[in-house]
Design a protein around this ligand. Sequence first.
Ligand code: GDG
Length: 499
Amino acid sequence: MTGTTDPTGGDYDFVVVSNRLPVDRVLAPDGSASWQQSPGGLVTALEPVMRSRDGAWVGWSGQPDLDFEPFDSAGIRVVPMRLSASEVEDYYEGFSNDTLWPLYHDVIAPPNYQRDWWDAYVAVNQRFADATARISAQDAVVWVQDYQLQLVPKMLRRQRPDLTIGFFNHIPFPPYGIYSQLPWRTQIIEGLLGADVIGFQRLADASNFSRAVRRLKGFVTKNPIIEVPLVDESEGVRAHGPVRKGQEFRTVVAKQFPISIDAAAYEQLARTPAVQARARQIREDLGNPKTIMLGVDRLDYTKGIGHRLKAFGELLADGTLSVEDVTLVQVASPSRERVQTYMHLRDEIELTVGRINGDFATISHTAISYHHHGYPREEMVALYLAADVMLVTALRDGMNLVAKEYVATRFDEDGVLILSEFAGAADELKRAMLINPHDIDGLKESIVQAIEMPKRDRAARMRTLRRRVLENDVEKWSAEFLRVLTNSRSGRGRKGSAA
Ligand code: GDG
């Protein structure tokens, strides 16, 4: 680190900003607390960049009403932000997870529009922007993550026009017909346009965003470039950006950068004898069924868990499948448990699981092995290895990393991936069995085909999928985003320059 005595000294050349920090505060039974790195793909991908470039990470600790001093963890400066209990309710559970999340996922659940939630969203975004402005070095690169912080790019550019600002949206960006419901639609678009590069998962998301910019701001868009006039007529003031003689607008890049996983790490874990032994044990514990099907999701209404249960329940009811031959393992990890829609979803899913098990399970064979827990990564990989058929039936999903993890794990070139065309991963994983989860008959047919697929066909598909996932890993994703972001800086200041 360069001169890190003052934690807010503006020393950091590369700053990542996300709602949550990449570390969790863990309490030991004796009451002592420590920070533990949360093993996400994003951290893994960014760690080397952060170490080599004086990196800092700004985010919330995950606990309300607590202040923590900045500290170093594994070569990264960690800058914890405070959120009050009411901000957690209004900014996080409210505006982020009960307004934006359903709106951006095709209004599968009705979005809740509340003005005080918006006020909290603005206030928290401002706090994150202020903290980032304070710690960033002159000309630093800042990378803002996800839908909780869409106002940060503009807020940051206002204070620090020298910064190069990137933004990545991990969830879909909805079509204009849906997006236009949002009472604060223009403010969010303006917030995002503060960035130099705005990344999306799919081409369709980037196109939806550009269309919203044209409709709401009237700016010229030349895919993937958006021209943001330096005199923004709607504000009647100069837009915030570096001004050079003769320059009329600055350019913003809006394009797709499909996120991925640390594929090699998943394969490596799958190759360890302990994980393989555990996969065999899982099969045995389930009574050695001919076919194990698996679903792994956060318990979220976007994941289409109910649709997959319906298809499986019907296949058991019409006698196409029997519990002697097929077991469905469903991991539904707890998520957003204080948001009403999620409480209802949990009741609904657990009622359905209970009904199907009640109707079809025998003393020796269960229909659905249902788990409302989080598991260690080793256990997840053992489950992937044990699963003959992986079910990803999302109704809408930015990417879906589970699909990629399953593929990375299957070094044995076996297993069939059933993948919703509404998950971002479908753009890349075309050799999966692509399905429309709303078409229950189609889904049932695909399940039967997957179960009956000859080994040669399974291997051919899996080989193609694996090539794709292993080549396009999360390291490549972050390198590509940062390459475009860095180019956008060198192209800055020229009239109409493209990144
Ligand atoms: C958002 C977007 C986009 C789940 N349960 C357990 C566990 N997980 C892990 C999975 C996977 C991750 O959580 C979930 O990632 P997904 O991509 O499937 O979905 P979201 O959480 O909705 O993520 C999504 C993603 O951001 C990245 O941009 O792909 O579209 O919605 O890694 O393995 N991990 C462990 N135990 C669990 O019980 N260890």
